[in-house]
Design a binder for this molecule. Structure first.
Ligand SMILES: Cc1ncc(COP(=O)(O)O)c(C=O)c1O
Length: 405
């Protein structure tokens, strides 16, 4: 009997993509679903960026429909270089940047570039669904280190140290974080760099949400010269410009890592979507990006406030981390789940099927996310966010009555 590869049986399905499919199926039936699950903003791409991209494509149809160099168009690489200078005050040379198919390709190819079979990579638990699976695909071993709500979800330096072995090759963190919405503070950032330096590790920073910060500020690791030889920063055009479907991102890091990523990219996607590179070049004009960020942050902040406030109102016995950044609120619903005799996966599936509200089970992000739920707050307006919370409470109450019968 013909068999699939062992790897294809080991790698897990992404719960977020499963939920997206569930929502799409309900919508196909004409059902209105409140979408608090995937990291998909409800805002479309900015009109100016869109119109100028289309005009540019009309002007140069051959360029718009051609392959680009694997590393990316020179114009977009230069725009990224300028952007990192303007927003991050860091100098990055062109051979320290590579364009990728979203942060997703950037994260996977980074692992291919730095990990060998049986190497260990330290990631946080809970954390974004790709990290552990990418490490497994690359043949390495993800080592999960708990980050706790009562520690503000800051990576715990002592716990990380306890998990370092001679096989540890890298540490990966996201700031701001998905699913918790926490922003790494300066003290923790410096301590993480110390660990990477003391143990001579690669240090991967997922900066997908670096511009979506409501309190505090982004720690630009590359501002520290000691960080540059080992720090690899993975970025995307999915989130702040709301261009998820354009599938474009980039990685900046040490030259040799970038060259290795470029080599793998020659065989994974060859080059990234050309129209998206044109759009990114327009978005990265400082005046355009500043205008868009101001608009987007105002809307997202208000939705963040709304979700936290209505969560407190409808689920007062639950605990949520107040998200300082990104698009998500992560909450512990243990009390309610216990009374309703359900786990977080059952709540996720029951809620979307019976009340048409989509949220993601916390255990999808790791063991420690059990009995937690992740709520995305950028996909719906304030009114629908509140309606979603109300329906969640209604659903829990119904299940609690049934459980006590
Ligand atoms: C932390 C984080 N990294 C990476 C990604 C992947 O984004 P993309 O491939 O769209 O750039 C996501 C998507 O939600 C994310 O939350």
């Amino acid at each position: 009997m013909r068999k699939l590869s062992l790897l294809s049986q080991i790698v897990k399905q992404s719960a977020i993509r499963q939920m997206l499919k569930e929502v799409a199926d309900l919508r196909l039936k004409g059902i209105d679903v409140i979408q608090l699950s995937t990291g998909q903003p409800s805002l479309p791409i900015d009109e100016q960026v869109f119109e100028e991209t289309v005009a540019e494509m009309r002007k140069n149809r051959l360029l718009a429909s051609s392959y680009t160099p694997t590393k990316g168009l020179r114009s977009v690489l230069e725009a990224i270089q300028n952007d990192l200078k303007v927003f991050g005050n860091i100098d990055v040379s062109l051979d320290e940047i590579v364009i990728t198919e979203g942060a997703t390709e950037g994260l996977l190819l980074t692992d291919f570039a730095i990990l060998d079979r049986d190497d260990e990579i330290i990631i946080m638990d809970p954390s974004y669904v790709s990290y552990a699976q990418d490490a497994i695909i690359a043949g390495a071993k993800p080592i999960l280190v708990e980050q706790k709500m009562d520690e503000g979800y800051q990576p715990n330096i002592n716990r990380i140290l306890e998990h370092i072995t001679p096989k540890t090759k890298a540490i990966l963190v996201a700031t701001p974080d998905n699913p918790t919405g926490r922003v790494i503070n300066k003290e923790t950032a410096k301590a993480l760099l110390d660990i990477a330096e003391d143990h001579d590790l690669w240090f991967i920073v997922d900066e997908a949400y670096k511009h979506l910060i409501y309190e505090g500020e982004h720690y630009w690791f590359w501002r520290e010269s000691r960080a540059r030889e080992r720090t690899i920063c993975v970025n995307t055009f999915s989130k702040d410009p709301a261009m998820t479907g354009f599938r474009l991102g980039y990685v900046y890091g040490p030259k040799e890592v970038i060259a290795a990523i470029e080599k793998f990219k020659q065989y994974s996607t060859l080059s990234s979507n050309t129209p998206a590179q044109i759009a990114a070049t327009i978005y990265l004009r400082p005046e355009v990006k500043k205008r868009i960020l101001e608009y987007t942050l105002r809307i997202y902040r208000s939705r963040r406030d709304k979700i936290y406030e209505s969560f407190k109102e409808y689920l007062p016995e639950a605990n949520a981390h107040y998200p300082e950044g990104a698009m998500y609120m992560f909450a512990n619903l243990n009390e309610y789940l216990r009374k309703a005799n359900m786990n977080d996966q059952q709540l996720m599936l029951g809620l979307v099927r019976e009340k048409h509200v989509a949220i993601v089970a916390g255990s999808s992000f790791g063991e420690t996310g059990k009995n937690h739920m992740r709520f995305t707050f950028v996909g719906e307006n304030e009114e629908r966010i509140e309606k979603g919370m109300k329906l969640l409470r209604e659903f829990i109450d119904e299940k609690t009555v049934n459980a006590s019968k």
